[in-house]
Design a binder for this molecule. Structure first.
Ligand code: PNS
Length: 165
């Protein structure tokens, strides 16, 4: 299995500037990067998976992310099954704080046991360290301006009220 292909998985509900920062960093480190929208059974979703995928594609294109970046969605089972299917040996996750370390560590260990897939943690730019999709969802649902926290494509989408789908 090649470690030069990596997957950046997440709910991306919606994508944030922190996500885009991690995607940009990871794209520079690997030959091919799969940005994968995954259903998280532990979270109630705001946006349909297909919408999140579209917003990621637009954000990556408009953000000038360089490299071989594929955006896909996965709701067919284990994340590591997707990684194995595309020949990826690495999952890349952004770590903002010790809270993220505590949340991500068990998943990293389980994924390594399941399929020998390693997890690499990247530190985002501190400017994005406090941004989360859940906060963006809350601010957007209450009519606040989320444009400082999300890529322009996401801000446009949320601003039009198209989130009421
Ligand atoms: O952005 P999130 O919600 O923190 O991402 C979590 C996600 C979707 C990557 C995680 O829930 C996941 O990997 N789900 C797929 C199901 C799976 O493979 N579970 C076993 C390993 S944790």
């Amino acid at each position: 299995m090649s470690s030069r292909i990596a997957v950046v998985p997440g709910s991306f509900d919606p994508p944030t500037l922190g996500h885009l920062d991690v995607i940009r960093r990871a794209a520079a480190l690997y030959d091919q990067l799969h940005v994968l929208v995954v259903h998280n059974p532990g979270k109630e979703a705001m946006l349909p998976i297909a919408q999140r995928q579209t917003l990621l594609e637009q954000s990556i294109a408009e953000g000038g992310v360089e490299g071989d970046v594929i955006v896909a969605a996965w709701s067919m089972g284990l994340l590591v099954d997707y990684a194995t299917d595309v020949g990826a040996g690495v999952l890349v996750k952004g770590i903002r704080s010790q809270v993220d370390v505590a949340y991500e560590t068990p998943m990293a260990i389980v994924n390594r046991h399941l399929a020998h897939v390693e997890t690499v943690f990247l530190l985002p730019d501190p400017a994005h360290a406090l941004v989360s999709s859940s906060l963006v969802r809350q601010v957007a649902s209450l009519g606040g301006d989320v444009s400082p926290f999300v890529p322009p494509a996401v801000a446009r989408f949320l601003d039009t009220g198209a989130r009421d789908i």
